[in-house]
Design a protein around this ligand. Structure first.
Ligand SMILES: Cc1cc2ncn([C@H]3O[C@H](COP(=O)(O)O)[C@@H](O)[C@H]3O)c2cc1C
Ligand SMILES: O=C(O)c1cccnc1
Length: 379
């Protein structure tokens, strides 16, 4: 693949900000509603942000919330950096499909739809044929076929697992571009189908290792400060994970300003697709709630791929992973919830959906002082 083709596949159109005029209208309306100004705290900011994203004041109810769970295995997981074996990734994909995972339960409770995509699960999922994995990665720059005949979960699969990032690249250059393009195409599909709020979720044993390496590389954190317990690792695994992240960061040290090279070197197809998805959501002027460490690591990279896209994202929650804090700070995001959650899958973001809906409801449904005949502030 030529460098030019690579650049084309990961080049995003200019991202324009949410509507500043509507933002001003929404802020003015907040002052007219029957409450002391500012008394709904951050709910007021959230409601104004949704209005600006929609370009509409008062904003519409959020009717079609969609979470896309990006699944992928990681070569580094074979070195003992997780509390669970790599087989769990494929098993959990089946669990998502049957509706038995935390993300299914929480999505159901807020009326959100769940879609799972296999970007790089190791081997073939049970019940699936082998065509997609034999086909290999699509040509760089080529449109990625949404293979409707094959299992839709695997329509965008780029490869099985990834290189072990402590000593080899996670992906080839062509795979990286294909994965970013897949995320973009998936965001387009969701927006074209009417999504009005998007969430990127993750599933992949070992994925806190590349996510932490990416965040630490981009924020300048020391590995020992950045590394968390992931699925609940013991001290010995924590030491292996910290060494792996140190080695990965050394390998990626020249790519702080090169998001595609960073994803190729120490990321993975799931992280690359998430970055493409989060950037493209902004291109399509669709608001996003960010989830935990993995989604936010991808968001940091997306912010480099498509400058300005972070304006379209809200931080749903603060994960227990220390690197998540650093990533949120770098994005200037204050999370809505701080529940000690450390699962991923999109669960933290979905848990914040009722808060966002409450915010929208106040700005849309409350009466103004004038309409309700309620006196405004004295003087
Ligand atoms: C049953 C199960 C369900 C999960 N759902 C999300 N994760 C989360 O935990 C994993 C990351 O942590 P680490 O880097 O320590 O492996 C990822 O699969 C992530 O999606 C899960 C993990 C497990 C075990
Ligand atoms: O913050 C997350 O998203 C997270 C944390 C631990 C394990 N899996 C995901």
């Amino acid at each position: 693949m030529s460098a030019a083709a690579a650049e084309l596949g990961a080049t995003f159109p200019t991202v324009t900000a949410p509507d500043a005029k509507v933002l001003g209208d929404a802020q003015a309306r907040q002052r007219e509603l029957t409450k002391p100004p500012g008394s709904l705290g951050r709910l007021e900011d959230v409601a104004c942000w949704v209005a600006a994203c929609q370009g509409l004041c008062p904003p519409r109810r959020l009717e079609r919330v969609r979470v896309v769970v990006f699944a992928g295995d990681h070569g580094i997981a074979r070195t003992g950096v997780s509390a669970f074996p790599p087989d769990v990734t494929a098993q959990m994909v089946q669990n998502f499909r049957r509706g038995g995972a935390a993300v299914n339960a929480i999505a159901d409770s807020v009326g959100a739809g769940v879609r799972v995509v296999d970007m790089a699960v190791d081997g073939d999922l049970p019940g699936a044929d082998s065509r997609a994995s034999e086909a290999g990665a699509p040509e760089a720059g080529a449109a990625i076929p949404a293979n409707a005949d094959a299992d839709p979960v695997r329509a965008y699969k780029v490869r099985s697992s990834s290189g072990s990032i402590d000593r080899e690249d996670a992906l080839t250059a062509a795979e990286t571009i294909a994965a970013i393009g897949a995320g973009r195409a998936i965001a387009d599909e969701e927006v074209d189908a009417g999504a009005d709020l998007l969430v990127a979720g993750d599933m992949g044993i070992g994925n806190t290792t590349p996510a932490t390496a990416i965040v630490a590389t981009l924020t300048g954190l020391e590995p020992v400060v950045a590394v968390g317990r992931g699925t609940g690792i013991d001290d010995a695994a924590w030491m292996r994970k910290t060494a792996a992240i140190r080695d990965a960061m050394f390998r990626a040290r020249h790519f702080v300003g090169d998001p595609v090279a960073l994803l190729r070197t120490i990321g993975g197809a799931d992280l690359a697709a998430m970055a493409g998805f989060l950037a493209q959501a902004a291109v399509r002027r669709t608001p996003v709630i960010l989830d935990g460490l993995i989604a936010t690591a991808a968001a940091l990279v997306a912010a480099q791929l498509a400058p300005g896209c972070a304006d379209w994202w809200l931080a749903g929650h603060r994960s227990a992973e220390p690197a998540h804090d650093a990533a949120l700070e770098r994005l200037h995001k204050q999370p809505l919830l701080d529940f000690g959650m450390r699962l991923g899958e999109g669960t933290g973001a979905l848990t914040a959906v009722p808060v966002v809906r409450a915010a929208v409801a106040t700005l849309s449904n409350m009466s103004t002082f004038a309409d309700a005949g309620v006196s405004g502030a004295a003087g």
